[in-house]
Design a protein around this ligand. Structure first.
Ligand code: T4K
Length: 405
């Protein structure tokens, strides 16, 4: 590693610390020989994807996931966004649904596809999850048909309290757990809360099917509806009443890849945890750099290293340090900036602007930074990232001059 001289920062004219871009996300690739043998089997069977009868790997994956999430039903889908869209339809949601603005755009888009109005609630600034008092405030003042909770950053919202609120106000509850694969709340697996939960198997996630997702539910009737929605089958003897269908299947190749990363989940999780702990160890010496540890879970997947930058202590804003890191090929992300309630079409959507000012959401969107963790990162990479941040802290003025003059 190079010496820590300030003129070595790339933004100040040095060469980047990383020759290849380092993105955020798990990006775990099993040994190539494992892909080869899985593909050979698929080739021999000549069965690429699910037909009326599911392919053997999809069947195996759904059974394994059911065991993994300890839930009665798992329905694999092409991606979590489609899963959320299907679920809102299958649950019969209409009118207004509470959802945090602090989430990936897909969460709110799933409501928009169903002509449901998202009513955005604020977050708790420390946990970055739904603020219970705001949820209750909205419930007490509006006609609401459901709550779409979001579990972020390998952590979770206060799901048990949200369940109580949903029960008290007689509204439906389900969760976007795209980022909470393999997490546990009080030793109960995420996947068992609310009426259903949706997971993502995108390439950035700890279990990946390259693209993909799954819906987990203990509600058999809901599961039957969702299975019937996955593809149009007019010959089906199902007595399930549905009017909207998709082609939302996962293919056998995707299932094969998901099975491999499911096999390796615990190794990847433990590796992430070590990296996460190392980040905490190194970054604690930097003023104004606070790690948002996974909240509300007894077990995390540690797929996210999320920082809150306090400019008054660090000297540089979140955006300024983001520029510094990008110049070094560290592809840190400013999730979620802007927050969804400021993005079309949702910027015109608030049912009642006086309901919530979303102050913590705004603050989080200006100060939060996601750093790389996962299979493409090791201890040396984290040491380099720490060194970049330390160098930036040491020479804030030169950096500001470079950025603004
Ligand atoms: N709800 C929540 C809370 C979510 O976080 C998400 C997805 C969803 C719902 C919807 O899930 P899906 O419908 O996607 O299953 C990413 C992912 O696309 C998205 O899955 C994820 N959340 C979101 C938070 O992040 P991007 O646009 O930032 O990722 P992308 O594709 O630009 O990749 C990030 C970096 O990784 C890039 O620098 C390029 C690099 N990369 C990417 C891929 C795919 C690679 O090096 N290799 C790769 O294979 O959205």
């Amino acid at each position: 590693m190079r010496k820590g001289k300030i003129d070595e920062l790339s933004i100040l004219g040095g060469t980047p610390y990383f020759t290849e871009p380092v993105p955020v996300g798990q990006f775990y690739m099993p040994e190539y020989s494992r892909y080869e043998s899985a593909l050979r089997d698929i080739f021999d069977r000549r069965h690429y994807t699910s037909q009326r009868e599911q392919g053997p790997l999809i069947k195996q994956l759904e059974a394994r996931l059911s065991e993994f999430f300890q839930v009665k039903n798992v329905i694999c889908v092409s991606n979590a966004t489609l899963g959320l869209i299907m679920l809102a339809e299958a649950m019969g949601l209409t009118g207004n649904v509470i959802v945090p603005s602090w989430t990936f755009i897909a969460t709110a888009q799933s409501l928009y596809w169903n002509k449901i109005t998202p009513v955005f609630c604020d977050i708790d600034i420390d946990s970055q999850h739904m603020a219970l008092d705001d949820v209750e405030h909205i419930l007490s003042r509006n006609a609401i048909s459901g709550i779409l909770g979001v579990n972020l950053w390998g952590g979770a919202a206060e799901v048990e309290q949200i369940e109580l609120l949903a029960h008290q106000y007689g509204v439906q509850l389900y969760f976007d757990s795209a980022q909470a694969v393999g997490c546990e709340i009080n030793d109960r697996k995420v996947g068992n809360f609310g009426r259903a939960e949706v997971f993502s198997f995108h390439a950035t996630k700890i279990i990946t099917a390259t693209e993909g997702g799954a819906i987990a539910t203990n509600d058999d009737e809901l599961a039957d509806k969702l299975r019937a929605m996955i593809y149009y089958d007019f010959k089906s003897p199902r007595n399930v009443k549905i009017s909207k269908t998709f082609t939302a299947r996962l293919s056998e190749i995707q299932a094969a890849i998901a099975l491999m990363s499911l096999d390796d989940f615990e190794n990847n999780r433990l590796n992430n945890k070590k990296l996460h702990d190392y980040y905490i160890d190194l970054l604690r010496s930097i003023p104004g750099f606070k790690i948002v540890s996974p909240q509300g879970v007894s077990k995390s997947n540690y797929t996210y290293c999320v920082i809150r930058v306090d400019e008054s202590e660090f000297g540089l804003s979140r955006d300024e340090i983001w520029h510094v890191l990008r110049a070094e090929n560290v592809l840190a992300r400013r999730y979620f900036n802007p927050p969804i309630h400021q993005v079309e079409p949702f910027s015109n959507y608030q049912v009642d602007a006086s309901l919530t000012k979303l102050g913590n959401t705004m603050k989080a969107s200006q100060t939060t930074l996601q750093l790389p963790i996962g299979a493409r990162v090791d201890r040396v990479a984290i040491e380099k990232i720490h060194q970049i941040i330390q160098l930036a802290y040491n020479d804030q003025i030169a950096i500001k001059n470079r950025l603004y003059h």
